[in-house]
Design a protein around this ligand. Structure first.
Ligand code: SF4
Length: 294
């Protein structure tokens, strides 16, 4: 979730940054409103996006200082149906026959777990398509059992963890009123305990949390995830990314920590992998939402 409404100048910057990876289908494109991509993802290979929010502006429960699409104009923790499941399924049914994707990924213009029909939509897509389903979540609502139940229907959940206390949560992720770090962290642990769904923890490292990588490693491994993804904001935003060298150092620490802890979690970093070439179904819809998920 990171792929939001942005002014045209912003979209042009994003479009340029995807010039190499994103190639438009030569055929006249259909007007997809809720589905975009596939995009080339460093964690997911090629990923076809489903945006259950699809509002003109970003709708999110957080307002992260590194969000690549600016401030959150609508900050909420209320779950509701933004886009009827039926409308999304209509688009799924008319996808090009030659479309190939490794994952169908719930992301888009804000936080996908805000959509109360997340679980229903996952079930309906699974009945129609063979691709694996991923949800990229900012974890802010995972303390809610109904959110965990919905997430469990996916094959892969990628959950954000950038902070280590209420104070750092408020400073870095700037949550909607009434969201608490202890509930978020406890919710991620509960999800891991309750379900077998593959869980990846994604940590965005930058200036404000670079010195806390040891603390974040302890918290991340204590969840016992299947994977830990070490990220840094590489697209234009209000903060600078960490260098390859610094991220490599953090990754090495995580690997050592994991080995000592007897963890089986794979450790990957945003600098590790090349990008897949993709052929998008809707360039406009993709550019509008394309950014870096949590
Ligand atoms: S959770 Fe994602 S979309 Fe929401 S503000 Fe943070 S980075 Fe942006």
């Amino acid at each position: 979730m990171f792929l939001l409404h942005a002014p045209q100048s912003r979209l042009n910057v994003i479009a340029k940054s995807h010039k190499v990876a994103m190639k438009q289908s030569p055929k006249k494109e259909k007007n997809f409103k809720y589905i975009y991509g596939p995009v080339s993802s460093w964690r997911l290979g090629s990923s076809l996006g489903v945006d259950l929010l699809s509002q003109d502006e970003k709708v999110c429960s957080l307002d992260c200082v590194y969000c690549q699409l600016g401030n959150t104009p609508v900050k909420t923790k209320e779950r509701k149906v933004y886009t009827p499941t039926k409308k999304v399924i209509e688009e799924i049914k008319v996808l090009p026959a030659d479309l190939r994707a490794d994952y169908i990924t719930f992301s888009g213009m804000g936080e996908p777990t805000l959509a109360a029909n997340l679980g229903d939509t996952i079930k309906e897509i699974k009945a129609l398509r063979k691709e694996k389903i991923a949800v990229i979540t900012n974890s802010s609502l995972i303390w809610d059992k109904s959110v965990r139940d919905d997430l469990a229907l996916a094959d892969l959940v990628m959950a954000k963890l950038d902070t280590w206390s209420q104070k750092s949560f408020e400073k870095i992720n700037r949550p909607a009123e009434g969201l608490w770090f202890k509930d978020v962290y406890g919710g991620i642990k509960a999800f891991k305990r309750e379900y077998n769904t593959k869980l990846a923890i994604q940590i965005m490292f930058f200036g404000m949390n670079r010195d806390e990588f040891k603390k974040l490693a302890g918290l991340a491994f204590d969840i016992d995830p299947d994977e830990i993804e070490i990220n840094t904001p590489l697209r234009p935003c209000g903060v600078k990314p960490l260098s390859k060298k610094e991220i490599a150092g953090i990754k090495a620490y995580f690997e050592e920590f994991g080995e000592k802890a007897g963890s089986k979690a794979g450790i990957v970093s945003v600098y590790d992998k090349g990008r897949k070439k993709v052929k998008v179904i809707s360039k406009k819809g993709t550019v509008k939402r394309r950014g870096k998920p949590h």
